[in-house]
Design a binder for this molecule. Structure first.
Ligand SMILES: [Zn+2]
Length: 86
């Protein structure tokens, strides 16, 4: 008997998270993580997911601050204007 059963084994992917057009799929057989976002697919691993997660979170916080400033008194533009005086 040839030991070919293992290599022929189908990789059963597990859906870790699913929200609208964003989906994270994990393959326990090879440890691959797939992030499906719209038509894009990012192949990654656990470590990269941790990095991506914290980077996205950081970007989200910073964007919220910028958005607040813009939605409020347009402070970013005022700062820019002040900077351009003389
Ligand atoms: Zn796999």
């Amino acid at each position: 008997m040839v030991k070919s059963m293992n290599s022929n084994k189908q990789h059963k992917k597990v859906s870790l998270s699913n929200s609208g057009e964003c989906r994270v799929v994990f393959c326990p057989d090879c440890g691959t993580l797939e992030i499906n976002f719209g038509t894009s697919t990012i192949r990654t691993n656990y470590e990269s997911l941790q990095v991506l997660s914290s980077v996205l979170n950081h970007a989200k916080v910073r964007l919220a601050k910028i958005h607040d400033a813009t939605a409020g008194n347009d402070t970013t533009q005022q700062v820019r204007r002040i900077g351009r005086v003389h």
